[in-house]
Design a protein around this ligand. Structure first.
Ligand SMILES: Cc1ncc(COP(=O)(O)O)c(C=O)c1O
Length: 397
């Protein structure tokens, strides 16, 4: 079917919740995608940070198809080897002593689980009245009624009233504001170390460390939302490992399944026993097939050589962007292969459209960022191809 034919049926049968680009994608290989008309693109989006091994990774495909043939799904009333292995790998590589994992199906659900865990942690220890969760302004934590309210952006607090109560928002980088908002009614602070949707905005290390110290002092749980930054994206398995902090709870999703839907709440020993039988569950969570995918992903992404390549390719990309000396590029932010090209406010969408015309798929973020989240396996040749298109679009010297 052509794009026009597909679009006609999409408009008829699919809810119009997305402003989609005028392209229907058909297949991919490595960091390249082809649309139904045969045009090829370098993918600097990886399904918004999901396809960390790129497209058609043979080990990932084999892991999924072998497991699907053997045992695709069973309920959480039974134990399976792939699920146990994923949890063990995440805990052992996180360094979170006594850590345990709850499996969800998406980032929003992982955050919902973390919010429930934090509230119960506090309820079990201190009783009622300590349920507030402080998040940061400009954050993004998901699209459920609760995680929309956890998100520190007013534009997400519309239409769907009443939202879940018990969230307040502190200024990123402002410890005094965190302290003021996290008063005696709070049980946790939840934050992204690099605000992804908010504009690829990394927190200062000193700020993250000071928030951690404050959480310890007040017995607040520190929840780090690594849905976008986790699983190698920033050049370490977890971004928190480069911040020198020890969260109580880490939430994961996106890249963990390499393309299959899986989320995870990874809780440290301080709170890994809080969620008990009957307090939290989900039918699909930790199914053997998605966990087989996660195990294939983790096998590669936990390799120090793989992670070093993510860091060096990210550095290469950022340096080349800066060296373009383009008047349109006002700055370059990010860590590893999570990159934000800062442009004039409001112009990011136009640049992304132009990049697509030049055969490069990119994302927007916040008020002024063109966001690049390529597959972690992207090659230098593929990066160079994308850079050549960017040079034309940004009108580099
Ligand atoms: C930091 C962060 N948290 C949570 C989410 C929500 O994840 P999902 O779309 O899988 O529910 C996202 C999605 O972009 C995210 O970037």
């Amino acid at each position: 079917m052509t794009y026009q034919e597909l679009k006609r049926d999409e408009e008829r049968y699919v809810m119009a919740t997305y402003g989609r680009f005028p392209v229907a994608l058909d297949h991919g290989e490595g960091a390249k995608l082809w649309d139904v008309e045969g045009k090829c693109y370098i993918d600097m989006t990886s399904g918004i940070g999901v396809n960390c091994l790129g497209y058609s990774d043979s080990d990932l495909i084999k892991a999924i198809s072998d497991q699907a043939a053997k045992l695709m799904h069973v309920s959480n009333l039974y134990t399976t080897a792939p699920m146990v292995e994923t949890a063990k790998t995440l805990v052992l590589h996180s360094g979170l002593e006594g850590g345990k994992v709850f499996f969800a199906n998406s980032g929003a659900e992982a955050n919902e689980g973390a919010i429930k865990l934090a509230r119960k942690y506090s309820y079990d220890k201190y009783g009622e009245g300590r349920s507030k969760i402080v998040t940061l302004k400009n954050s993004f934590h998901g699209r459920t009624v609760t995680t929309l309210k956890a998100t520190g952006q007013d534009k997400f607090h519309q239409f769907f009233f009443p939202f879940t109560e018990g969230f307040d928002y502190a200024e990123a980088g402002n410890l005094e504001d965190v302290k003021a908002k996290a008063d005696g009614t709070a049980c946790a602070v939840m934050m992204e170390l690099i605000q992804g949707e908010g504009g690829v905005l990394p927190l200062e290390k000193e700020f993250a460390q000071a928030v951690e110290a404050f959480c310890r002092e007040k017995d607040l749980l520190l929840i780090i939302d690594e849905v976008q930054t986790g699983i190698g994206r920033t050049g370490s398995l977890f971004c928190f490992q480069q911040y020198g902090i020890r969260p109580d709870v880490v939430t994961l999703a996106k890249a963990l399944g390499g393309g299959l839907p899986v989320g995870a709440v990874l809780a440290a020993g301080s709170c890994s026993g809080v969620l008990t039988p009957g307090t939290h569950a989900t039918t699909f969570g930790g199914s053997p097939t998605v966990c087989a995918a996660a195990n294939a992903v983790l096998e590669k992404v936990t390799n120090p050589v793989f992670l070093e390549k993510v860091r060096s390719k990210g550095e290469y990309l950022r340096q080349k962007l800066l060296a373009m000396n383009s008047p349109a590029i006002l700055g370059v932010r990010g860590m590893g292969l999570m990159v934000g090209i800062i442009v004039e406010d409001g112009k990011q969408g136009e640049y992304v459209n132009q990049l697509m015309d030049h055969g490069v798929l990119a994302l927007t973020a916040g008020k002024n960022a063109v966001r690049l989240l390529p597959p972690l396996t992207i090659t230098i040749e593929e990066i160079d191809e994308a850079l050549a298109a960017m040079k034309e679009v940004f009108g580099a010297e």
